[in-house]
Design a binder for this molecule. Structure first.
Ligand code: ADP
Ligand code: MG
Length: 597
């Protein structure tokens, strides 16, 4: 009897490996740009078509490759980069594994053109689905141009995971911007179909930060601080937006370690803590920070594609970052400032008034109130609020907030406006409810309850559906499989990389061709990063995808049901992601605006 075990064909092995390195167009762009940076390029031009799915073209003026190097560069485990066992960081996170080009070549048509510095001609190599098609001399400038066409053309399952073009484009832009944050001295351009998306001139860190944070350099706050950590110097430098300029999205947060962009949640949290209550409610800090530290402080146990990095001296680093941010914002412990009250208010010394107003302005804030300090009449206390005064404020989980909810329960009427907000009158004002986040909170708790119980109703699909999932999605599914079942999903593995769905929970909204299941899985993956409990992560991703959206007109009974459920929820004040659900507009603010007081 012959052997039953057979080696997989090399082409298949490469395709499998490729899936681990190249997940989407953005990962291919990232790898190519990193290679250009490694080659010492000072100018990198990236052109993409259809978010990179049609074509990706990266040109650099780096040191180029000889004919021999070009011939080798798409072989697996072919790398010219130093590996010194002491610099584990470089190896493990920067991924000098000589795998990127081989992976890309296995799943696309790849053209490499390069001419080395000092060489007088260039070489052109074409590889299609891992097979070399062409190797010719060409005339060209020093540097390298790499073109990828038809990414995933021979892995249709993978191609199917690709999201909407806008999503893929966002990922590509994010990848380029993160690398641009790491290397301000390099110029970057990103174009799609002739339209310019980014054009970043080379410059100092401050200039790059200003471009990425979209605020003039002069208005950014500079961060700079050093500390001795575990016998070595650690240093943080960077730029922040003043609190009043901070936006509502967390997309402009860049941390760079040793010239590479990284993700490290505890450090990001340290920045939030540094801003403290200066941050507008619901606002997110925007910053670029460059960390310079001993490689021994880096934990090598990191995620190879996500760039999540851990630090061995994390508490000290967190403190360094938080203090650096506070320094930059000139925030003393509390945002209160005192001055002698002998001439308080009208007669406060002119320079003192100017100082306080200047301070307020530099925080993008204003002086909210003045009051005697600690009852001693010779000091006044000023409280700075981070943003311009508005008549409304989020209802929070304090005694007043609970009382407002109690009043709302007794309210007999509510209105929907602009197909996204609900209005409920209460004794001393008006509550405005965001219908989507309100429903998300309600659904989150309902799903949590369903997961506690024995298992809910389920709706059989007439035609079972197969959905192709990526390895990461499959892993997330397997982790949460029991919970999905309890919610009423009938899902099982159906061959490698695909799932068969034959039942879904009743009332699942927008259930189409399985896209929704992908969205739930991909949210689940993100939620698993931030929530320790799988069940909360499942609840959060299900809640998001089963709730009423902004833009949906509600019937009166639908609206009443939503309001009733919200007012009886366990945590009605914030959605599972921390956004406020209810804003209160004070009656006395309305009176003031109408000059009634
Ligand atoms: P790695 O970056 O881990 O070495 P890659 O597959 O990304 O592996 O690249 C393989 C090799 O091809 C690199 O080590 C480098 O020698 C060469 N190379 C790739 N891109 C470029 C480029 N833009 N300029 C010069 N050399 C390059
Ligand atoms: Mg590389």
């Amino acid at each position: 009897m012959g052997a039953r075990i057979q080696r997989l064909p090399q082409s298949l092995v490469l395709k499998i490996a490729a899936g681990e390195v190249i997940e989407r167009p953005a990962s291919a762009v990232k790898e190519l740009v990193e290679n250009a940076l490694d080659a010492g390029a000072s100018r990198i031009g990236i052109e993409i078509e259809e978010a990179g799915l049609q074509g990706i073209h990266v040109a650099d003026n780096g040191l180029g490759m000889s004919r021999e190097d070009v011939e080798l560069c798409t072989e697996r485990h072919a790398t010219s980069k130093m590996r010194t066992p002491t610099d584990l960081f470089t190896i493990s996170t920067m991924g000098f594994r000589g795998e990127a080009l081989a992976s890309i070549a296995a799943v696309s048509r790849l053209t490499v053109e390069s001419r080395p510095a000092g060489g007088d001609e260039g070489t052109r190599l074409v590889v299609e689905g891992g097979v070399q098609r062409e190797l010719l001399p060409v005339g060209r400038d020093v540097g390298t141009t790499i073109e990828i066409r038809g990414l995933f053309y021979n892995t249709p399952a993978r191609r199917k995971f690709m999201r909407h073009r806008d999503t893929e484009l966002r990922h590509v832009t994010q990848a380029v911007v993160a690398l641009a944050a790491a290397r301000p001295e390099v110029s970057f351009r990103l174009d799609q179909g002739g339209r310019q998306i980014l054009d970043l001139p080379p410059g100092e860190r401050g200039l790059r930060a200003a471009e990425l944070l979209r605020l003039e350099a002069g208005r950014l706050l500079a961060v700079q601080r050093e500390a001795e950590i575990g016998g070595a110097r650690a240093r943080v430098e960077g730029f922040l937006k003043p609190p009043g300029e901070c936006g509502r999205a967390r997309s402009r947060q860049y941390v760079v370690v040793r010239q590479r962009p990284i993700a490290c949640r505890p450090l990001t949290t340290a920045v939030y803590n540094g801003y403290g209550s200066l941050l507008p409610h619901n606002g997110h800090p925007e910053f670029v920070l460059w960390l310079d530290l001993d490689p021994r402080h880096l934990d090598v146990n990191v995620h190879p594609t996500k760039r999540e990095v851990r630090f061995s001296r994390e508490p000290e680093l967190r403190q360094l970052v938080q203090e650096a941010v506070r320094d930059a914002l000139k925030v003393p412990e509390a945002q209160t400032y005192s001055y002698p009250s002998g001439e308080a208010d009208e007669a406060a010394p002119a320079e003192e008034t100017a100082r306080v107003e200047g301070l307020a302005e530099s925080h993008g804030g204003y002086v909210a109130e003045t009051e005697p300090w600690d009852g001693t009449a010779d000091q006044m206390r000023l409280t700075l609020l981070p943003a311009a005064p508005v008549p409304g404020a989020p209802v929070s989980a304090d005694a007043v907030g609970r009382q407002n909810l109690g009043e709302a329960r007794h309210s007999t009427k509510s209105w929907q406006i602009h197909d996204k907000y609900l209005l409920i009158p209460i004794r001393d004002g008006l509550l405005v409810v965001d219908q989507h986040v309100a429903h998300e909170r309600v659904r989150f708790e309902e799903v949590q309850d369903a997961l506690e119980s024995e298992g809910g109703a389920s709706q059989q699909l007439l035609v079972p559906l197969t959905v192709e999932v990526s390895p990461v999605e499959m892993e997330a599914f397997l982790q949460a499989r029991d919970l999905f079942e309890r919610l009423g999903f009938g899902v099982r593995e159906f061959g490698p990389g695909s799932l068969l769905i034959d039942a879904i929970p009743p009332g699942l909204r927008h259930w189409g061709d399985g896209d929704l299941f992908h969205e739930i899985l991909s949210d689940l993956i993100e939620e698993l990063d931030v929530r320790p409990e799988v069940r909360d992560a499942v609840a959060a991703s299900m809640a998001c995808h089963t709730s009423i959206r902004a833009g949906e007109r509600l019937s009166i009974p639908e609206m009443e049901t939503l309001v009733r459920k919200l007012l009886n929820a366990r945590e009605p004040f914030a959605c599972p992601h921390g956004r406020p659900i209810l804003i209160k507009i004070q009656l006395h603010e309305l009176d003031r605006l109408f000059h009634r007081t």
